[in-house]
Write a new protein. Sequence first.
Lengths: 363, 159
Amino acid sequence: MIYKDVIIIGGGPAGLCAAKILADQDVSVLLIDRDHHLGGQLVKQTHKFFGSEKQYAKNRGFEIADILIKQIADKPNIEIMLGAFVVGIYKDHVINVFKDNRYLKFKAKAFIIATGASEKSLAFENNDLPGIYGAGAIQTLMNVYGIMPEDEVLMVGSGNIGLIVSYQLLQAGVKVKGIVEAASNIGGYKVHASKLKRLGIPFYMQYTVKRAMGTTALEAVEIIKLTDDFQEIEGQTKIINTKALCIAVGLSPLSQLLGMMEVNMKYVKELGGLVPVLNTLNQTSNPNIFACGDVSGIEEASSAMMEGYIAGLGALKHLEVPHPRHDELLANYHQELASLRHSSYGEKTLLGLKKLEGGPYAN
Amino acid sequence: MLTKTGVPTKEMVLSKFPNRDTLKKPKAILECYEAIPCNPCATSCPFDAIVIEDGMTGIPSLIADRCTGCGQCVIACPGLSITVAQLIDKKALFKIPYEFSPYPKTGEIWHGLNRNGEVICDAQIKQVLVTKNSKTALVTVLIDEAYLYDFATIKRYER
């Protein structure tokens, strides 16, 4: 058994920012990530980020990852463990970590869960044909490993991920056959949509995927028109020839570890699924467990960073070694979060948070 | 409609352009129609010519007198939604952001595209500037004045 004051699970924007708060404080920290590098999804993001300078706006995602990693690298109180899977978390505050074919046990006084999210899928005939990808897989192939997934791709989903990955595909020289969207409005930022429109990329609004066609691999996709309440209109189909289909239909919080600790959680559609009930320190109903980033509700990386800072402050306070600037920083980060959520996109998050607070499990 | 097609209406576009007299000098055209919590355009401007309501959450507006058309905001905007326009002798000179490899070369003639991605005119590449801090190139192109309000970006002639 190895003892730590704080264990952060997940080294994406939220976990890295939590670590930044804990750096140089009088606590021992272990930062664990299952990947072989820190940065989470940031390392795949080649577009410039929105927000303010406080979230490193106008830098590209992978550049922000570098900035955040540098801030915590070589800190004597922070141990970083990569390629490590947290397979269990138990009520006596022990986690079981699988690394290099061995199971290791760690015990901590506080845990910061920053595990992020997983991609949602889409059910349709033949959706297991080779050539059908999630957006994360396409980004990993292209932007992490430099491998072109195919020379043509049809995108499903016009949220920011679908729009951004379409643009990144174009930058890589891949032909984007179009963007299929079930809703009548484009889901993501309109500036991202305009970037694609002015390059002539078609949007198939109020369509969904009916089936994938092909014998050994994807050859074409049949899409079908939808009514305003998402019912298929029989006969109104189109067949689009494509060797690859990219599915970008949203994310759900990766909250299984929180479930193992039996913290109060609630299903909130607006936040992407099952999320923990949190106080203003991002502390769950179990005072030793904190959560931040997409695991506590799907938002942008900018919000995840602010939540990470808050969870870091919360953990220090819980350990009774509060950050010397606790009150000032906490107020700043909450103000910044409020500001980031002050838009038509933030409304959904705010509604979700309201439902979460007012829910049957609220405490 | 922008929310259904990704293409702003003509009225929306015109609302972002200063009058033609003002455009005798280069001015930033802030084609940001949607309030996104974002402010690099304002913070990158060396002349404080861009104002955002509430500091970050509103839609940016230009104080045209202060704008020198330097193009800093064009490179900074994460949405690639800013250009600089200027009218010179029946021509329109644009500075646009460009993020595809390879970059254009000075002297080349490319297609000019409208907001729908349709080829509308020729675009003569006048200058290609790549700063140290950004991979977004600032490309200066010359087009016919008639396409001032329609021009959106450039595309290489296909061989």
